[in-house]
Structures are given as structure tokens and as C-alpha cells.
Design a binder for this molecule. Sequence first.
Ligand SMILES: Cc1cc2nc3c(=O)[nH]c(=O)nc-3n(C[C@H](O)[C@H](O)[C@H](O)COP(=O)(O)OP(=O)(O)OC[C@H]3O[C@@H](n4cnc5c(N)ncnc54)[C@H](O)[C@@H]3O)c2cc1C
Length: 490
Amino acid sequence: MSFQTTKISKELSKRSLDASKLRYCYECGTCTSTCPVVRVFPRHYNPRVFFQKFFLDLEDVLGEVGLWLCARCYRCYDRCPQELKLPEIFVLVRELAVEKDYLLDAPRKLREALNLLRQEFPFAATYSWLCLRPCEEELKRSKVDKLVFDTIQSFVGDYEKEKTAPIPKTRKEKIAIIGSGPAGLTAAYDLTRMGFPVTVFESLPEPGGMLRVGIPQYRLPKEVLDAEIRYIKNLGIEIRTNTAIGKDLTFDDLLKSEHAAILIAVGAHKSGKLGIEGEELKGVIHALDLLSETNRGRKVRLGAKVAVIGGGNVAMDAARTALRLGPKEVCVLYRRSREEMPANPWEVKEAEEEGVNIQFLVSPSRILGEDGHVAAIECIRMMLGEPDETGRRRPIPIKGSEYAMTVDTVIPAIGETPDLSFLPKDVAVTRRNTVLVDPVTLETSLPGVFAGGDVISGPATVIEAIAAGKMVADSISQYLKGGKPVNEIV
Ligand SMILES: Cc1cc2nc3c(=O)[nH]c(=O)nc-3n(C[C@H](O)[C@H](O)[C@H](O)COP(=O)(O)OP(=O)(O)OC[C@H]3O[C@@H](n4cnc5c(N)ncnc54)[C@H](O)[C@@H]3O)c2cc1C
């Protein structure tokens, strides 16, 4: 083991990670092939090469811009045959870059990274904030947190001061985009820069998708998002809010209008149902509703004892948001064990540190009510069987292990799917209720109609939505060079 390996291993051990595994990387490249950041920045970012450099030339890598680009989406970890937690290693190496002799250079490198991000998509600050995650509380901020906090603030301040003029429309073909999340707005940004007139239709009163209504304020200050959306609008992109396709306008209206291509980027906003007795009782509030209401500054009243059902990131966000609303106790009920939890490890750690009580291997069997309101939840204990189609061990109920817990609020957070009720039959849909697309062009079964983001992948990450937005913008521009405008087809 080299000196560098020992140094990194020691630092990782301090953070109770399985450092002994580090030297087992056999450079298969799975991390790079599954990394969504690589799709956007192939020249600046390659996790496998970074990983090698950590051991061979750590000094050199501390000054690289790419060090600040990892999205911490854990896609590499999910698929790494050796289960190496690359995102954690990136965090550590960033800390080293700031703590050691690179203190003076690190702000410049982060700033360079932000400029690089901004060249590619309109959410440089939002993205960096989410990935680098400076601490919410000023007093607890580490050196890295302070650097990230100050640099992003000054970046946002600077580009707000810039006088952005609308980009001239050099193309006549109008493009309609349904949904103003990161996929829709990234596509709008790229198509506008290519000279196309773009209109974005958004059902909610404000643009931003899950960045606005899903991710809680304590993880993403909406002021950062607002600044970036103002900048996008100033480029001449029309965003028509409060305009739901399927309600205020029909999909057919868009097909018959003068639009040359349509992009469906409506995300996955329909909450999964538990499908158990008592789900209709007062006191059951779905995670996306809780997050959306609190993100919009509305007061949500919870009872003293709250049970969140699920083990993903949305469950963690819902539990942490609930905790901030002041109940006595928030517990998360998850039917598998900690190892199978789909939530990012840092979200789980932070939730537990804040006081969320996670109970493993339990599943709700019914919600019990009193006078129409939640009074308790009946659960059954589970054990793990053979792996199922997801590769995780299947939870099996243990007969006779039912027990009841007194709760006043139940928050189901068991998955989200797209609401595709507004689409015509000609747009084919998969069994998972996502829009079916050509994987190369992202065109749907209806010519001239494209789709991207969570609506094709199911719930995923911001960087994946951004990557899809960029890919689909290229594809639409190629289509308009050769294909027929959609209004000539119908
Ligand atoms: C609670 C939560 C926390 C998350 N945290 C993270 C995180 O920390 N890091 C990360 O990388 N990812 C995170 N994600 C995932 C990430 O937010 C999504 O993957 C991403 O926003 C998907 O982008 P999108 O553009 O495809 O869809 P969305 O962001 O969902 O945007 C779709 C937009 O379409 C609009 N729309 C829907 N139907 C219609 C219609 N019929 N007409 C008009 N408009 C319509 C919606 O109102 C919405 O504004 C989180 C998600 C949630 C729910």
C-alpha cells in the first residue's frame, strides 16, 4: 500500500467507512460508464481516472476543477462490483484540498467549476449547492462548507449583476416544452441558445419542478434557484406558469398549434399509494404533498407522533421536514434492513443525527382511525428472503408478529410515478408508467414529440434530468434539420 493510500485510508477510517476496501478497485470502469456527470462533462470528469490519481498523484488532483463536479448521486456505488463509495472519497479529497496547502486555490477552482457548469446548463449554483451541501447552520459550517457557501453566494451575486439580454431568435420553428423542472429548463436553455423560440408550459404557479416543490428549503435555498430562473427568463425563454396541459390546454391544442416539436418533461409527481385499509383517514398526508406545501410556505399541521413509510430519499426528506414542524416523535418504518435502503447514506445519517427514529424490517398492514382521524398504525415484522427482481432481498412478513403503534400522522413515501393522463394514446407508455422513447433520440412513438427526465426514467436525480435535457435539445435540433414539423404531421 502506498503512502497516499494509507493517508486516504486513515482519513476514511476516521469517518468510519470501510477503508480496507479501497485498494480492491480493479479499474473496471463501471463507475465512469454509469456516471451521469460524465455524460455532460466527458472532458473534465472521469471518476475512474480520478480514483487512480488519488493514489498515484494526489497532490496534482487536489488542484483539479473536476474535483468539484461529483453529483453525489451514488450511481457509481450502486453498480460498483466492489461496492466502493466513491462519492465519500470525493468529499474527503475536497476536504484535504481545502485543509492542506490548497486553501488559497480551492475557491478559484470551485469558481472555475461553477463557470464550467454554467456553460453547459442553467443550474450551476443550484446543482453545486445540492451536491456540495454546505451546512444549513452557520455556526456548524466546516472550512469546506464556508468555502462552498461563500463561493456560490458570490457566484449568484455576480451573475445577477450581469445584464443579460434576450438571445436573438434566428430560427422560426417554435418549440413547446411541458414542465419546467431541470430537464425542461435545460432543454429550453440549449434550444434558446441555438436560436429557437421556446415556450415552457408549467402547471404550478412557479417554475423549477422538484427543485422548487420537492427538495426542502434547508437543503436548497430557494433564493439560489430563483436567481437562476430569473437568469433563464432573461434569455428570452417564455415560461407560462399556471398552465397545466390536460386542464388549461390540451395536448391536442399543442399538436395543432404552430409548434414544430414538443418536449414532455413532466417529471414523476404522482404519489404511490400504500393500498391498505385506513389510507383515506384524516392525518394521512403523502410525502410529496407535505414537501410541496411546506416549500410553498404553507403551514402543515402534524400530530405529536408521526410515522413515515418508506426508505428512499423522499422518505428521508419528508421525515426531516416533519421533524422541523415540531412533533414529539418522527419515526420511519422501512420493510427491509439498513443495507437495502435506497436513500443516500448521508441522508440517512443526517436524519438519524437530527432525531428521526428509523425502524427496520417492519411494514404497515392497516391504519386505524378514531372519528375519521388516524389513531394508530398496525405493522407486521418482516424477515429477508432471496433477492427479488431489484437485486435486493425480498421482505417476507412474519406470521403473527403484528403490533400496533399509536400515531397521529402517517406520511407514505413509497415511490412516485408520472401522471400521464393528459397524453394521447399515440404516445406509448411502458409497464412502469413512464413514457417510452427511442434511447438514442428520446423521440416518443409520436413523431416530433420527445420526452426526457423523470418522465422517462422514473424518479432519478437532477444531473440525470439535466443530461436528458441536453440530449433531447440536440435531438430536437437534429430532427428539425431533417424531419417534418409536428404540426404538419397531425
Ligand atoms: C423530495 C425530493 C428530493 C430530491 N432530492 C434530490 C437531490 O438532493 N439531488 C438530486 O439530484 N435529485 C433529487 N431529487 C430528484 C430530482 O428532483 C428529480 O430527479 C428532477 O427534478 C427531475 O427533473 P424533471 O425535469 O424530469 O422533472 P420535475 O423536476 O419533476 O419537473 C417536472 C415539472 O413538470 C410540471 N408538470 C407536470 N405535469 C404537467 C402538466 N400536465 N402540464 C404542465 N406542467 C406539468 C411539474 O409541475 C414540474 O414543475 C429529489 C426529488 C424529490 C421528490
